[in-house]
Write a protein that binds this ligand. Structure first.
Ligand SMILES: *Cc1c(COP(=O)(O)O)cnc(C)c1O
Length: 334
């Protein structure tokens, strides 16, 4: 059976590395959206909570419900704000303020340059007034960086914009507001962190997507993807394998079918440029919906133990590799 092994020691190693940057565990908000980047929402929530993490970030209320009991605060990035003790809601647009339930805790997201979500810089005063008028509780002010993982000055320009937002919020008399802007890339390149919180996702899962010249923090991949043998056979020279017969045996060989396919969120890729597994085996022929074929007779094979390496083979990023993996795949903590 295809299985995802979750390495608790590696996860805690990564969290410790991040805590060294933030100065304390309390300042880490663990981003658990999209099934914890494919690692398993409840599993990662529980491990994070046991480590001492008190804050989480998810996409919607449905995800939040599943981990609510584990955290002091859960920031919900994309749902309408309702009144709740634990939940806080990102305000992505002025209309979110109008649609929020009275008494809801909100965190104002300000667009300092990414131009994806958040209210414009020149709407900050209006937003603050409307939050008060609507009887919402402002508990946070946040922004998101578009190029924290690239060299150059764009990050600093956005940070400067955010500093001016902080001044406005203070000037408007809001107290007890937590300010946060850093994602993984931003915190990994920061030397003197002074905000209240980081929203850390990919780094906690073990990947550093910063280019080489940055001060390198060693992280360890949390996930290992395994597949199990379903059927084995001998091929004679010239026999072809899978849909379209894209792979042709150069010699007599023993192959086996393993239970992982694009139906599990594994990329179909390109059979002419086969994926090489963590154990160095090329996938033979096309990936099927539920199966791949390898030259192996092992009962269990390691398909991927480093999503960043795998991502390079498919021309994508670690985030997409892990997040795509189906919720149906069993996850086990080791
Ligand atoms: C997903 C997300 C993050 C985490 O980003 P990483 O690069 O995985 O650390 C932080 N903030 C917001 C608003 C996000 O949507």
């Amino acid at each position: 059976m295809a299985t995802i092994l979750i390495n608790k020691d590696n996860f805690y190693h990564n969290l410790n590395q991040i805590a060294l940057k933030t100065g304390s565990i309390e300042k880490i908000a663990m981003v658990l959206k999209d099934n914890a980047y494919g690692h398993g929402l409840e599993i990662m929530g529980k491990l994070a909570s046991e480590f001492g993490i008190r804050h989480a970030v998810v996409k919607n209320i449905e995800e939040a419900e599943r981990i609510k009991a584990l955290f002091e605060t859960v920031l919900i990035l994309g749902d309408l704000a309702v009144k709740d003790e634990v939940y806080t809601f990102a305000i992505n647009d002025l209309s979110d303020i109008a649609n929020a339930q009275k008494g809801a805790k909100v965190e104002l997201k300000v667009d300092t340059g990414m131009h994806r979500n958040g209210i414009a810089m020149d709407e900050v005063d209006t937003a603050l007034q409307q939050i008060e008028k609507r009887g919402l509780e402002l508990v946070g002010v946040m922004t998101h960086f578009r190029s924290a993982d690239e060299m150059g000055s764009e990050l600093f320009w956005q940070q400067k914009q955010f500093e001016s937002v902080k001044e406005k919020v203070h000037a408007a008399g809001f107290k007890k507001v937590r300010f946060h802007s850093h994602n993984s890339a931003a915190i990994l390149r920061t030397r003197n962190f002074s905000e209240d919180l980081v929203r850390v996702g990919i780094a906690a899962y073990g990947y550093n997507e910063l280019p080489e010249p940055f001060d390198h923090v060693t992280l360890k991949p949390v996930m290992k993807l395994m597949a199990g043998k379903v059927a084995a056979r001998r091929l004679s020279k010239g026999e072809r394998v899978g849909y379209g017969g894209d792979f042709s045996a150069p010699d007599a060989m023993k192959v086996a079918t393993y239970d992982l396919g694009y139906g599990d969120g594994w990329p179909r890729g390109d059979s002419q440029n086969a994926y090489i597994t963590a154990e160095g085996l090329p996938v033979l022929g096309r990936v099927s919906m539920d199966f791949i074929i390898l030259e192996s007779d092992k009962e269990v094979v390691v398909i991927m133990d480093n999503a960043q390496e795998a991502a390079k083979q498919f021309g994508t990023i670690s985030y997409e590799m892990t997040t795509a993996l189906s919720e149906k795949i069993e996850r086990l903590v080791i």
